[in-house]
Write a protein that binds this ligand. Structure first.
Ligand code: FES
Length: 150
């Protein structure tokens, strides 16, 4: 892991985001309510930049007509197709299905028992050192050169 200084902490206040390129990777650093998080800026669905996505909250429901809104500003919605990712873990809450008519088995389960989406946005450790935001990224491997490449 290599540590990279992204910016002074005061330059990334709560609600702000900064896109940087570290070790050849586009990484989106966000300040959510004073906590810093870093995500690979490539949506695992079809590759959109997540930097233009809106931060929203989580809507959960135990039954039709009953819902709770929580975690305001902690869910990042992809600007292309709206998949949502937990900024803290990178986990997706979406599992798109194919468009077709088919019979499916039906069961009743609590919301908390449902499986989370199969796609996860890659996250990176973020810390504050002497008031600077620091992101740790695995060092990029240098491509092996062919014999003719010198
Ligand atoms: S590319 Fe992000 S939801 Fe489709």
């Amino acid at each position: 892991m290599t540590r990279h200084i992204v910016c002074a902490a005061r330059d990334l206040p709560p609600g702000a985001r900064k896109l940087v390129h570290l070790e050849g990777r586009p990484i989106l650093v966000l300040n959510v309510k004073g906590e810093f998080h870093a995500l690979l800026n490539i949506c695992p669905h079809q590759g959109a930049s997540l930097a233009g996505g809106i931060l929203t909250g989580l809507v959960e429901s135990g039954e039709p007509g009953d819902y709770r809104y929580s975690r305001e500003g902690e869910i990042l919605r992809c600007p292309w197709h709206g998949w949502e990712f937990d900024v803290k873990t990178g986990k997706s809450w979406c599992k798109p299905s194919r468009i077709r008519l088919k019979d499916y088995p039906v069961a009743v389960e609590s919301g908390g028992a449902l499986v989370e989406g199969p796609y996860v946005a890659e996250t990176f450790p973020v810390s504050i050192d002497d008031d600077y935001v620091v992101v740790e990224v695995a060092t990029a491997r240098v491509a092996e050169r062919g014999a003719a490449g010198g």
